[in-house]
Design a protein around this ligand. Structure first.
Ligand code: GPP
Ligand code: MG
Length: 286
């Protein structure tokens, strides 16, 4: 980390945030890069929907290639499902992809709505990578990525039609995050998150949930905290979708691939023992 890694709005303020940025600055998992190479949409989230298990059969030499394409299809289905919940977005609107990773989700939203999209990340490597992808696609004037802290973005009050977090809320305190979104969203604007949360009915985090926290250096919140902090910050839920069942095939297939990172069994155990849930929550700013 150098002084240039700190944005004017204070991209990094704590040693914790620096350690998270360090993880993502170094991260080069084939499960992310090889999937993104399929069509240039580099995602940092998991997949949903039924898997085509026939990819495991057929010639050994092309097995990996078939699995990569199938995992990517499931991750793209997840990005599309999130975009379905961003509301009635017009070409003149502006969207915020908060915790944008290598930027795939912003490109998906821009392609769908034709509007301006800003992505933010505390990883300089991710921001640079994402801006290169947007330039390659010729959309650098409409999709821009910035080194910014989602808790203190420095963007203008009321400037966004919709904001989303795709699997990035587990890196921040939700009371601070939703206060910032209440400021950034215009009245009637939409917030959407897809997240893994621990299940309050199970109790506190299970061993498998704790393993996921340790693996990504994050702090998975309980389901209840999302609704409590939304209610505290003028965000009124309009849709809640439990995607737990829908994400299991992705993890089963990933676990059978050569792209494993070692966290696959923890996700499968956590989902199957009821301690962890994969949710979409959409809320209106009132
Ligand atoms: C990103 O996906 C994952 C996270 C930001 C953190 C944890 C998410 C939860 C739902 C708990 P990735 O695509 O970068 O991860 P991987 O390298 O494992 O594919
Ligand atoms: Mg991934």
């Amino acid at each position: 980390m150098t002084v240039q890694d700190v944005s004017p709005a204070g991209a990094l303020v704590s040693p914790y945030q620096r350690s998270v940025a360090d993880y993502w600055n170094r991260e080069k998992n084939p499960v992310n890069l090889r999937l993104g190479d399929v069509d240039g949409y580099y995602h940092h989230h998991y997949g949903i929907g039924d898997a085509d298990w026939s990819v495991l059969e057929g010639p050994e030499e092309t097995r990996d290639e078939r699995i990569v394409a199938e995992l990517h299809r499931l991750e793209c289905a997840q990005a599309d499902f999130l975009a379905d919940h961003l509301g009635d977005v017009a070409p003149g609107d502006r969207l915020l992809d908060s915790g944008c990773g290598r930027g795939g989700g912003s490109l998906v939203a821009h392609q769908r709505f034709g509007c301006r999209v800003d992505g933010i990340s505390i990883s300089r490597t991710q921001v640079d990578f994402a801006n290169e992808q947007a330039a390659k696609r010729g959309v650098g004037d409409k999709v821009g990525y910035h080194l910014k802290n989602m808790l203190d973005s420095g963007f203008e009050t009321g400037s966004f039609r919709s904001i989303w977090n795709n699997e990035s809320t587990m890196y921040v305190d939700l009371s601070l995050l939703f206060a910032e979104y209440a400021r950034l969203l215009r009245h009637g604007g939409r917030y959407v998150t897809i997240t893994g949360c621990y299940n309050d009915t199970y109790g506190l985090p299970s061993r498998a949930v704790s393993e996921i926290n340790a693996h990504y250096i994050c702090d998975i919140h309980p389901r209840s905290t999302y609704f409590k902090e939304m209610a505290n910050n003028r965000l009124v839920p309009v849709a809640v979708v439990d995607l737990t069942e829908a994400t299991i095939p992705y993890w089963e297939l990933r676990a059978k691939s050569s792209l494993v990172t070692g966290i696959e069994d923890a996700f499968l155990t956590a989902y199957k023992n009821g301690s962890f849930q994969y949710l979409l929550i959409a809320a209106d700013r009132v």
